[in-house]
Write a protein that binds this ligand. Structure first.
Ligand code: ATP
Ligand code: MG
Length: 284
């Protein structure tokens, strides 16, 4: 029994999807132009597909799980479970209009023509805002639509905004925030569910490790309590005596988000020789 995973054949999610599997200790032969391959050290079969097709394959059970943008899952309206956000492929689906247009609120979209590759999500957004507009579905190069007179506004994926800018557009509404997710079929067999749980366990260990750093520092013993008080840690920090009398080495784990604030307070409290190192896997 193997677990079948669908990932993007080529495009923005391909490399990070392979990288995630690698970080989970799963080696796959990623032959160019292959449609299918197998992991060498985990019962996993990998299908390489267009991202648009992945939700359908999962709904049908042709693939058990898949890595795809949340935006695609929502747009395709297939019956799949989102089991884990993956932290890459981050982007937003945004409305944009030509720079010269005076835009103050979503009401300015009333009766306008909006070009997008995401008609379902856009329709939903308009409805929620009580707006009626004409949606033009186009499959690519959405950003040129206003310039060629096809639409008054567009709704497209943005990450930095530079593509919009280069096409003389400005972003005016965020419709959806998206990232890559692991989606799963509703009707997994128990053996497949077990394999998925095993994979999820590994993914979570990798994700947690990425969000945390291992910190080592030297502290004068009379400041130890104050310094320990600043460190959240997994349980409590490890404290080891240094060869030099009156000093200790303190080891702990820090969340990346708290990182800079805590480092500053630690220095102020008298910590020295602070080292911060990445963690590869983390199981709590
Ligand atoms: P395919 O050939 O598989 O259909 P595609 O051209 O539809 O590929 P990509 O452009 O590779 O798709 O984007 C795949 C996913 O990457 C998007 O659905 C989205 O979730 C994510 N993504 C992240 N940043 C961006 C961005 N700036 N523009 C577009 N997609 C982005
Ligand atoms: Mg696509």
């Amino acid at each position: 029994m193997k677990l079948k995973i669908a990932i993007q054949k080529s495009g923005r999610l391909h490399d990070d999807s392979i990288k995630l599997l690698k970080e989970c200790g799963i080696d796959i032969n990623n032959g160019v132009n292959k449609l299918k391959t197998e992991a060498t050290n985990f019962p996993l079969e990998v299908f390489f597909l267009r991202d648009d097709d992945i939700p359908q394959y999962i709904e049908d059970g042709v693939a058990d799980i898949g890595i795809v943008g949340e935006n695609v899952v929502l747009e395709k309206q297939k019956q799949v479970n989102i089991v884990q956000k993956l932290g890459f492929g981050k982007c937003r689906l945004s409305m944009a209009v030509e720079k010269s247009v005076d835009y103050t609120s979503v009401k300015d979209l009333q009766n306008k023509r909006i070009a997008t590759s995401y008609p379902v999500i856009v329709e939903d957004f308009l409805q929620q805002n009580g707006i009626t507009a004409e949606i033009h579905e186009i499959s690519g190069s959405v950003e040129i639509a206003p310039g060629i007179g096809l639409a008054d506004a567009i709704c497209d994926l943005v990450s930095s905004g530079s593509t919009l800018f280069m096409n003389g557009l400005k972003e005016v509404e965020t419709v959806l925030k998206s990232e890559a997710v692991l989606a799963a079929c509703h009707s997994l067999k128990p053996e497949q569910q077990l394999l998925l749980d095993k994979l999820l366990f590994r993914i979570q260990a990798v994700r947690k490790a990425k969000n945390n750093k291992y910190i080592l520092l030297n502290a004068p013993n009379d400041k130890l309590n104050e310094i320990i008080g600043l460190l959240p840690g997994m349980k409590s920090p490890t404290v080891l005596p240094l060869a030099e009398a009156g000093w200790s080495s303190v080891h702990s784990v820090l969340n990346e988000n708290d990182f800079w604030d805590i480092i500053e307070s630690l220095k102020e409290a008298g910590a020295q020789g602070i080292l911060v190192v990445p963690i590869e896997k983390m199981v709590i």
